[in-house]
Design a binder for this molecule. Structure first.
Ligand code: IPD
Length: 275
């Protein structure tokens, strides 16, 4: 498997879609539809960006499968699946907050983060044109220069990124966990695009990151970038990273965050949220 070629293709696709997103942003972005809840938006540009990515993959890699945030799964015969987030950080895109990205990864195995092996990926931050790439076993880069995870001294002085889901029950539980984490760390950042958060761990801008409820397309490229930069990327109680929990950062300090999240039952069943 030529992982360098796959990484170069992921970069080309993410940057081309990023150019579309950047150059055709309307004066006022509107919500085209909602997904998992009333506050989980889709815009016309989410769809246009994903259509572009799907068309390019169909032309260049017709035997590969596709798993995208905004469309039906496309089966393949090669064993490879492209995992696409056409705009990660859609709420930021909607409001014009400058943190959203196109995320493109290619994985081998079933389209489930617990069971796949990510081969290559690219996260292209649209507004500031930063591009993180990684290929399995080849390290991670930002704009062509190797990046390495930071070396935080301890949990208490670590800057920690996190994010919240769209369902009220999930958010209530995440708020409860945050009351346990926030007093124990330097500070929290909720930047609004999980793929970028993982890349910021990769290049040492954030010390640590955790989030419950990531979708495969939020995690695929950014998780590989972070891992190839030397980060631990996993879940709680020995589980792999995925919807249950994703924690990323340099060892040994990331282990303290994992322990704290386990003690806070950050993966516990969520209670129904009473409005
Ligand atoms: C969301 C963002 C956000 C994270 C959510 C994701 P979307 O992705 O990555 O930072 O907290 O869990 O769903 O909806 O903008 O593609």
């Amino acid at each position: 498997m030529d992982v360098d070629a796959l990484r170069d293709l992921a970069r080309r696709l993410a940057c081309e879609a990023g150019t579309l997103v950047r150059e055709h942003r309307p004066e006022r972005v509107v919500v085209a539809a909602t997904k998992s809840s009333d506050v989980d938006p889709v815009t016309a540009m989410d769809r246009a960006s994903e259509e572009l990515l799907r068309a390019r993959i169909a032309a260049e890699r017709p035997d590969d499968a596709i798993l995208g945030e905004e469309g039906d799964d496309v089966p393949g015969t090669s064993g490879l699946t492209w995992v696409l987030d056409p705009i990660d950080g859609t709420v930021n895109y909607l409001y014009g907050v400058a943190s959203y990205a196109v995320s493109v990864a290619v994985v081998v195995g079933p389209p489930d983060p617990a069971r796949w092996t990510a081969l290559a990926g690219c996260v292209h931050s649209v507004v500031d044109d930063r591009t993180w790439t990684a290929a399995r076993g080849r390290g991670a880069e930002r704009d062509g220069r190797a990046v390495r995870v930071g070396a935080p001294a301890d949990l208490a002085t670590s800057l920690v990124g996190t994010g919240f889901g769209y369902a009220p029950e999930r958010r209530a539980a995440q708020a409860r966990v945050l009351t346990r984490v926030l007093p124990r760390v330097r500070d929290i950042r909720r930047l609004g695009a999980a793929a970028i958060d993982l890349c910021l761990v990769a290049d040492g801008t954030l010390d640590l990151y955790y989030e419950r409820g990531l979708n495969p397309w939020d995690l695929a490229a950014g998780g590989l970038v972070a891992a190839e930069a030397g980060a631990f990327v996993g879940g709680l109680r020995g589980a792999p990273a995925g919807a249950g929990m994703t924690v990323a950062g340099a060892r040994p300090v990331v282990d303290d965050l994992v322990t704290l999240l386990e003690e806070a039952d950050a993966d516990a069943a969520e209670e129904r949220f009473a409005h």
